[in-house]
Write a protein that binds this ligand. Sequence first.
Ligand code: CND
Ligand code: ZN
Ligand code: ZN
Length: 348
Amino acid sequence: MKTSLFFVCFFQILATAICRSDEHVLRGSLSDVKYPIILGHEGAGIVESVGSSVTDIKPGDKVIPLFVPQCGTCRCCLNPESNFCYKNVFSYSNRSSKSDDTIFTCNGTSVSNFLDTGTFTEYTVVEDISVAKIHKDAPLDKVCLIGCGFSTGYGSAMNTAKVKPGSTCAVFGLGGVGLSVIIGCKVAGASRIIGIDFNTNKFAKAKECGATECINPKDYDRPIHEVLAEMTEGGVDYSFEVIGNTEVMESALTSSHFGYGTTIIVGVAPSSAKMSFDPSLLLTGRTMKGSIFGGWKSKDHVPKLVCDYMNKKFNLDMLITHKLPFEKINEGFKLLCNGESIRTVLTL
Ligand code: CND
Ligand code: ZN
Ligand code: ZN
């Protein structure tokens, strides 16, 4: 391990949820990770020990690991518009970890650590820039969702799109991340929030989160952007792709209104995927952006999001449909793949 031991934090994971990105890696659709790998990036735990140079975290603190780090000193961290960090793993050819050497080994074989957070383990070790101390009374089996799914969706609406009061939004994909986009659109004051999914079973929960209408593309014999254009007199103000499908990304872009519509890409497409669309969609005044971890500067904002949750600014409990002991993790993946769960939280 090249990382200096002075700057590490060793902690026990007490709760972790399953996000679709973990399943993308299980399925092999992200080719830039190295196997074997410890998956999981949506967790929370309690610190056991820290390196001697770590000043902001101490043993006994509750923490959330951060899959986008915040070193605080690089060009991205210093840019108020960015939540990226030069120490992120996304800009490296190996998406499992930013260094070639790994912290973990099993019988002499290196084991990668997904997004430098790998939470599907009882204990882990991360750099101090990849972990945030949270409120001492935070319920770990709930706030683990702030480690990815909730913050990613909620921030995509609040920070990346900057949804305005009275606006119309379309959210493609009603999983844990998409429903969190809906919660963000609602908190931002959107007056119409249209959920789109081909699994109709997701509609009731989407409405509970704030969707005003839900539609299933399978119910129409014409492209969904035409249906949305009809419903909204020409197109939506904001559209979000929260699936990871490039064809849906194009639909989301086409569904936004010319002249001012904004499309946010949140879903993670397979590594080999390429997008192709008519450039006049942008030429005519639409904007398309991507959002990692909802645009939050992780180390600064995760503790605040936990406090906002505790102060009831938003409710994420309704995203948790299943709770299982950690050893039933494979059952949790089955629930996700069968479209039966929103978030399964695994606890020790
Ligand atoms: P989940 O699988 O729970 O939800 C996806 C939803 O999309 C499901 O309800 C599906 O039924 C629906 N769906 C799939 N294909 C279609 C389609 N063609 N048309 C309509 N509906 C469809 O996933 P999740 O909510 O956990 O994650 C969603 C995406 O977000 C996924 O790609 C994940 O990898 C990504 C993500 C991004 C980030 C980030 O920082 N940007 C962080 N974590 C996860
Ligand atoms: Zn940085
Ligand atoms: Zn995730």
